[in-house]
Design a protein around this ligand. Structure first.
Ligand code: GAL
Length: 808
């Protein structure tokens, strides 16, 4: 059951995550009820077996170096009370990675190849009441099936649903708001009602709308009569006076509670969250939300959660988007697949607009075991189901039918694009379709780009103008931008302009780029500013992900031309935030362009032993008017935004174009002397922001800083604890790599560790981790009991540190 839609009466959906048995093996007959499974591993879902490691897949680092492939079985024994004998029983998976085949009591129930799509299977014909039932799920993810880390296993939530014969089925409401003004909104609710009995039935559908405080704002009832074994769509239109709109700065949600009553008895109740807002896309004025232009400051994200792998977790997802929002982001593109239901619930809640993307491949293969194998048979069902699941979310603003689809350069590709576009419009009339094109001009000359509503360009900032001049009616934006690479806290001197370095790290001066199509964020800022018709941009990516360790990897004959890595690099360097969620310097470059609350940032660190007296380049990113730099209290002068600039190399689709004068970066060359490096940002001549970095002396202590000190007892809440290596004064030791050991006592367990180093082979499940550039991350999960969690971090030769979290 998707987040934001749930059953709420006695026969409610049961979370079906607990008490599964797991074995990773090619077993014959493991679907049979009596199959011996007593020695299988016990676990709770969601589960991603690949994240348990080890990092061993050197020849396909596109998937994070982790063993995602192979066959595994999950089994669960359960009983159903005989009072449910006349009920409809089904199981809903939010997603299984991948090629799931589901059996109940030895009988085949159904299958779903695509790992990102949710599906429900009817168990009623196979279920036994008051006796033991065994559900068995065979999972078979394949190597070379994705260009990124897909994860492996039943990695999203599972629900058991017990429904009355008369009920609202999966994704059973479709809520739109055909008219919205400040005074009133019309809410149109299309409710599917299903009768699985042979008898015809008369019932009442009562829909109640509640505001975000839970107050009832409107109710409407309707008589319905259903023939035996039938399904009906019931349309209701309800007016809300003075609606509170959903907006990026005020994400107000409403809830529709749909009840089916027979003889005054409620036999089914179904809740759907929705929002009231208007969206418009204009060829000249961009994206209009509730009548106002919103420049899209977007991020692309893959679905993995760093050290937690692909196993979904609400808090981990929420934290990702809070970090993105603090950078100034207001939009997400779920590259390149349908997201978890949790992600859309988070975006609804935080006020982030979303492009939900369906595919990375159609019929033509990018990887041998990719979606192309399933496209013909499954694409229509997968696409329709994606839209049915997600179309009530106010955060969702567009449906993407594909990313860099290879058919974009083929003459016949437009037919497929039109077909997919039509499916989207058939399921949802309220949102435009889009796609991300990396070829130019092919999709325009073969007319494929004209089959969709909004044209996304991947990595073509210098051509927006020309595209627009040639296609004045097209709505355009940067669906993927920049792809610059860097390693958090790493600086190579002198500043380098080539990507590769012997350490497999990329310098955080952000003067090099990654793949040939990549370019610095500055170039895109410029392009967006000078092409105001563009909706905005989606950077590649917001947060580092497992796999695709560009520039340390490439095509290789040993892997049939697929992807190898410069081992041990195995996770990405693309994002302004590392794999564990710690900002790199580039985060502040985006913040300087995307936020207005005064901020100033300075780099590099100030620990350059042996370089005393030598000139060190210092960069500052700010949204203030000007910045003054001080070293040990001595001013090195002010730099003014809009007047001063920093030269960085410019590269574009493989062409080196000399140096680019970036007005988004201020810089100085200053002789190094240990002490303090301080930047002061001025707005209208007044001090508005400050940042100081101090030279650290030798590592002295470990310091723990938790993002959350009170956790809930759901058993799924997380605290992300930043681990810092500090000197005696509490300064970060910026090049420290000390190993830190963790002990966790009480009502919590270790969920993962990591340090954001793309070359680190430290297991994400270990209870120790090396610092990288002075920091690492410990992720602790609450168990379902109240109490305390005591965490101790110790490191050889350093003072240890402990903190206590509460579980309430
Ligand atoms: C794009 C692609 C992304 C990612 C990126 C790296 O072309 O759509 O999935 O591979 O390149 O720069």
């Amino acid at each position: 059951m998707a987040f934001g839609q749930k059953k709420t009466i006695e026969v409610k959906d049961q979370n079906f995550n607990q008490g599964w048995l797991f074995k990773k093996d090619t077993l014959k007959g493991a679907e049979i009820t009596s199959y011996y499974d007593s020695n299988w591993r016990k676990l709770n879902l969601p589960h991603d077996w690949a994240i348990e490691g080890p990092f061993s897949i050197k020849n396909n680092a596109r998937t994070g170096g982790l063993p995602i492939h192979g066959i595994a079985w999950y089994r669960k024994h359960f009983t159903i009370d005989s009072k449910n004998k006349n009920k409809q029983i089904s199981i809903e998976f939010d997603g299984v990675m991948s090629n799931a085949k589901v059996y109940l009591n030895g009988q085949f129930v159904g299958e779903r190849p695509y790992g990102y799509i949710g599906f429900e299977l009817d168990l009623t014909p196979f279920i036994k009441f008051k006796q033991e039932n065994v559900i068995a799920v065979r999972v078979a993810p394949e190597d070379l099936s994705a260009r990124w880390y897909p994860g492996a296993g039943i990695y999203r939530n599972v629900y058991l649903k017990i429904n009355d014969n008369i009920h609202i089925p999966q994704w059973g409401t479709y809520i739109t708001t055909p008219t919205v003004t400040d005074e009133k909104a019309t809410v149109k609710i299309q409710t599917t009602v299903k009768n699985t009995s042979n008898n015809s039935i008369k019932a009442i559908l009562e829909t109640t709308l509640k505001n975000s405080n839970g107050e009832v704002v409107a109710t409407q009832s309707q008589n319905i009569s259903l023939a035996g074994i039938s399904e009906q769509k019931v349309n209701q239109e309800i007016e809300i006076k003075n609606p509170t709109k959903w907006d990026i700065n005020a994400p107000n949600l409403y809830t529709a509670v749909s009840q089916i009553k027979i003889n005054k008895v409620v036999v089914d109740e179904y809740e759907s969250n929705f929002g009231i807002r208007t969206i418009k896309f204009d060829a000249n004025n961009g994206f209009i939300l509730n009548g106002k232009r919103v420049a899209i400051k977007g991020v692309c994200l893959h679905h993995d959660l760093g050290p937690l792998g692909a196993a979904v977790n609400f808090r981990a997802t929420e934290r990702q988007m809070q970090i993105m929002q603090a950078m100034g982001a207001n939009a997400l593109r779920t590259s390149h697949n349908p997201p978890s239901p949790e992600m859309l619930a988070v975006c609804d809640k935080l006020g982030i607009v979303v492009i939900v993307e369906a595919f990375d491949e159609w019929k033509m293969a990018k990887v041998p075991n990719g979606y192309n194998k399933y496209f013909d048979k499954w694409h229509e069902k997968d696409l329709r189901d994606m839209i049915k699941r997600d179309r009530n979310h106010p955060s969702v603003i567009m449906w993407s039918i594909g990313n860099e689809i290879l058919e974009q350069a083929k003459n016949e590709g437009w037919e497929l694009a039109k077909h997919l576009n039509d499916i989207c419009h058939d399921e949802d009339i309220t949102r435009p379709t889009t796609a991300g094109f990396n070829y130019y001009p092919e999709p325009f000359t073969n007319k494929l780009a004209y089959q969709i509503d909004v044209v996304g360009m991947n990595y073509w900032p210098a051509d927006y103008k020309e595209i627009k001049e040639k296609n004045p009616n097209l709505i355009i934006y940067g669906s993927e931008t920049s792809s610059q690479t860097s390693s958090r806290g790493v600086y190579h001197l002198p500043i380098e302009y080539t990507e590769k370095h012997e350490t497999n790290q990329v310098s955080s001066y952000d003067t090099t780029v990654g793949p040939p199509w990549a370019y610095a964020p500055d170039v895109e800022f410029d392009a967006q500013e000078s092409n105001s018709f563009s909706l905005g941009e989606f950077i590649w990516t917001g947060i580092d992900y497992l796999g695709e360790p560009t520039p340390y990897g490439g095509k290789d004959n040993a892997t049939n031309g697929y992807w190898n890595s410069d081992w041990p690099s195995h996770s990405s360097y693309f994002a302004p935030v590392d794999l564990v969620g710690i900002p790199k310097d580039r985060y502040y470059l985006y913040q300087s362009q995307w936020t207005s609350e005064p901020m100033v940032h300075v780099l590099p660190h100030w620990n350059w032993k042996g370089k005393e007296g030598e000139n060190i380049p210092v960069f500052s990113y700010t949204n203030c008017d000007e910045v003054e730099l001080f070293v040990n209290g001595k001013s090195f002068g002010k730099r003014v935004k809009g007047k001063d600039f920093t030269e960085i190399p410019s590269e574009y689709h493989g062409f080196k174009r000399g140096m680019y004068k970036s007005k988004y970066r201020l810089s100085w060359e200053v002789p190094y002397s240990p002490g303090s490096l301080k930047v002061v940002g001025y707005k209208n001549g007044k001090i508005a922001a400050e940042k100081v970095i101090k030279t650290a002396s030798s590592p002295y202590q470990v310091k723990l800083i938790a993002d959350k000190t009170v956790l809930d007892e759901s058993g799924n809440d997380l605290s992300y604890i930043t681990v810092r290596i500090e000197d005696k004064e509490g300064n970060l030791c910026p090049i420290a790599d000390n190993r830190v050991e963790f002990s966790i006592e009480g009502q919590g367990v270790l969920a993962g560790v990591g340090n954001g180093d793309a070359t680190s082979l430290n297991s994400f499940q270990a209870n120790s981790c090396n610092a990288f550039s002075g920091m690492c991350m410990l992720i602790v999960k609450s168990i379902d009991k109240r109490g305390e969690i005591k965490i101790t971090a110790s490191s050889n030769g350093l003072e240890s540190n402990n903190i206590t979290l509460k579980v309430k």
